[in-house]
Design a protein around this ligand. Structure first.
Ligand code: OAD
Length: 243
């Protein structure tokens, strides 16, 4: 299936962990998913910051080590090239649930990191003055404490039980208002609010496309088209991009 991107003016892409699978990173659900190893919604819950902050680092810390060597793959590069190829009258928004930063590393510019970034650390105490700072230490041996207030430090990501910050939510809604092409790529569609976005796109009248290794279960009627296979193979071909 080929898509002529010049036909679209408001393009919104939603990506999930499947886009980074070919970079050697684990997905959360499905084959080789982190879920098989951990009760992720329990271990990744914001409440662990109060009772067992080390569990948050055990769950997400290893990604920092993996990202020392992991590189963007053809799916990331195809999306970056797609954005570069657009004219000035075309809007492009890449909403990612991924916290790995690989879209930006591949050259994508207009990226909304819905779930934050693993590359930064902040204090768990919202009243603390400590500024969020770049940190790639996995903190696997000991959960770190804030030098200012001694509360636990945490990765700058959205944990289970937390909501996406309002400013990001607003940008997402704005991008979808006039959306005419919406693609969800490599996401199981089981985490909200990301799983809802296709409904807004559909409501705006967009062409809605689901790209994944496996069919969406249960199917979501807001998707008009489904293409099954590897994102890193489908995307360059779909948009005629030579990498
Ligand atoms: P999931 O692990 O739930 O889903 C990954 C999807 O990618 C699955 O549906 C796979 O079938 C698909 N997949 C795997 N390899 C693929 C490939 N090469 N090409 C295309 N598809 C492939 O990941 P997400 O939907 O991203 O939150 O999960 C959403 C959120 O759950 C994550 O952002 C994470 C977790 O809680 C945080 O880290 C804060």
């Amino acid at each position: 299936m080929k898509i002529d991107i010049s036909q679209y003016k408001h393009i919104v892409i939603l990506t999930g962990a499947g886009v980074s699978a070919a970079s050697g990173l684990h997905t959360y659900r499905g084959q080789n998913g982190l879920w098989e190893k951990y009760e992720i919604e329990e271990q990744g819950h914001v409440d662990r910051l109060t009772d067992h902050p080390e569990k948050i680092w055990q769950l997400f810390g290893p990604l920092r080590n993996e990202l020392e060597t992991a590189q963007p793959n053809a799916a990331h590069y195809a999306l970056a090239e797609l954005e570069k190829s657009l004219g000035t009258s075309q809007a492009f928004t890449l909403i990612t649930q991924n916290i790995d930063g690989l879209h930006q590393q591949a050259g994508s510019k207009n990226v909304i990191e819905l779930h934050g970034t693993i590359h930064q650390t902040k204090c768990a105490n919202p009243d603390c003055d400590l500024k969020t700072y770049p940190d790639n230490n996995a903190h696997l041996n000991k959960a770190p404490s804030c030098p200012e207030c001694s509360h636990p430090l945490r990765p700058d990501i959205v944990l289970f039980g937390e909501i996406v910050p309002d400013n990001k939510d607003l940008l997402v809604r704005l991008s979808l208002r006039q959306c005419d092409l919406f693609l969800a790529i490599g996401t199981s569609g089981s985490v909200y609010p990301a799983a809802h976005l296709v409904r807004f796109a559909d409501y705006a009248g967009a062409r809605t496309i689901y790209i994944n290794l496996d069919p969406m279960l249960p199917p979501n009627a807001a998707f008009a088209e489904e293409y099954l296979g590897k994102a890193e193979e489908i995307l360059p071909d779909m948009f005629g991009i030579t990498l």
